[in-house]
Design a binder for this molecule. Structure first.
Ligand SMILES: [Zn+2]
Length: 419
């Protein structure tokens, strides 16, 4: 049979659709991509022959006929994902579809600048114990960063203690893989689009509340970038002008000073009349647990935090008119306590018309959200570049499919404890 030239756009469209929806029949692929039957057939054969696509089963349809079900080969390639936000920096190796296969994390020293060697070492650890056949299939690296990355690839980020640190040069000089970077708030909202609650939505808000508070914003299917790729900084909204809670930014009454995890702990200690330093290691999850046991101080502190988060979200909903609002960060382990308060405050403060049909939910992606966003970004960006697209298609050769029966993944990483 004569070889058929496979257009990049066919590959891009079909891989992208299979990535998001996992298992599809040929007719579902036809319907989802809008491509003609011949293009789909040629492309499916091309990716099947390369081990990128697998037939994973058959589905009975009306009339007793059977349809083949296809899925991308999860082991066709791997991505390295790095998350530079939070009090730990996190590293992961993900499979082809962005599922985390092993992790590593490094604590940031309190008010100490991040030593770049920790970054290099952490990335090295997630690939260190990989067998050669898998190591050769590492396709790219995705990095989710906080702060501001300038046009020369230098990062300024308060939590890392870096000012114009040459991050991009360091990573490009040290590692051989194509490198893709995305701001952390975008990583969250993109991960939700590709793997989580925002699939099938084009306008979404992702509130992340942990050490800091920020808003990832999806408008018309794309993250809102703003003039300097720095929108969504709602943590420093003066949400309670009369409040005296002091924020890291030097002002009083910021949302972050009331509702971030360290400030929830701080308020609990202050209201209990205990010195802030007394029970070292008290975490926000401990306060959640105390609230569940009806501790009145814990309940009051969380009520206040939830009300302020709801008020801030009501403003954001009024401005941005989303279809869905997703809550992430430490909130995910206090859905039972915080979600009803936040929802109630949003309903009290938002014009009913603005709120009509808006879904409010908690992220199901857990603490991996930025890692999954970074890995997915690397996959999606590779599809857009013709040379890298062909590299993706060649990744599973020459022993495609072998890994399906391989021993379970041995990892160089450690499980990340629940915080
Ligand atoms: Zn502030």
């Amino acid at each position: 049979m004569p070889s058929v030239k496979i257009a990049d756009q066919w590959l891009r469209t079909i891989l992208s659709e299979l990535y998001g929806r996992r298992n599809l029949t040929r007719s579902e692929i036809l319907e989802a991509t809008g491509l003609n039957a011949a293009s789909v057939s040629h492309t499916l054969r091309y990716v099947l022959n390369r081990g990128l696509l697998l037939k994973v089963g058959e589905m009975k349809v009306r009339g007793g006929r059977r349809r083949e079900v296809f899925s991308l080969n999860t082991e066709a390639g791997y991505f390295i994902a790095v998350d530079l936000e939070g009090d730990h920096i996190r590293f992961a190796l993900t499979n082809f579809l962005g599922d985390v296969r092993c992790r590593w994390e490094e604590p940031l020293g309190f008010r100490q600048p991040l030593d770049p060697r920790k970054l290099i070492d952490g990335i090295g650890r997630v690939v260190r114990d990989l067998e050669n056949s898998r190591r050769s299939r590492v396709l790219a690296m995705g990095v989710s960063y906080p702060g501001l990355l300038d046009s020369e690839g230098r990062l300024t980020a308060v939590n890392l203690g870096w000012t114009r640190f040459p991050l991009v040069n360091l990573l490009k000089e040290t590692f051989p893989w194509p490198l893709f970077l995305e701001h952390d708030k975008h990583s969250c909202v993109l991960a939700e689009c590709w793997h989580g609650a925002a699939q099938n939505y084009r306008n979404a808000l992702f509130l992340i509340a942990e050490g800091g508070i920020g808003l990832g914003i999806l408008v018309d299917g794309k993250p809102l970038e703003g003039a300097r790729e720095f929108p969504g900084e709602i943590g420093h909204w003066k949400i309670s002008p009369e409040a005296t809670d002091l924020c890291n930014c030097g002002q009083e009454g910021c949302l972050e000073a009331i509702a971030s995890s360290p400030n929830i702990v701080r308020q609990y200690l202050e209201r209990s009349g205990r010195p802030r330093s007394e029970p070292a290691g008290l975490r926000v999850t401990d306060i959640f647990e105390k609230a569940r046991q009806q501790d009145p101080i814990a309940r009051a502190v969380l009520e206040r935090a939830g009300r302020m988060l709801g008020l801030a979200l009501s403003h954001a909903i009024g401005v941005l008119n989303p279809e869905i609002v997703i809550l992430g960060g430490d909130i995910i382990s206090a859905e039972d306590i915080l979600l009803p308060v936040i929802r109630d405050e949003i309903e009290r403060r938002t014009l009913p018309l603005s709120l009509e049909g808006v879904k409010i939910t908690v992220s199901q992606l857990g603490l991996d959200v930025r890692l999954k966003g970074a890995a997915s970004l690397a996959f999606r960006e590779m599809l857009e570049d013709p040379k890298l697209l062909r590299k993706v298609c060649a990744s599973a050769l020459p022993d495609a499919g072998v890994d399906r029966d391989a021993a379970p993944f041995s990892t160089g990483g450690v499980p990340i404890s629940d915080r």
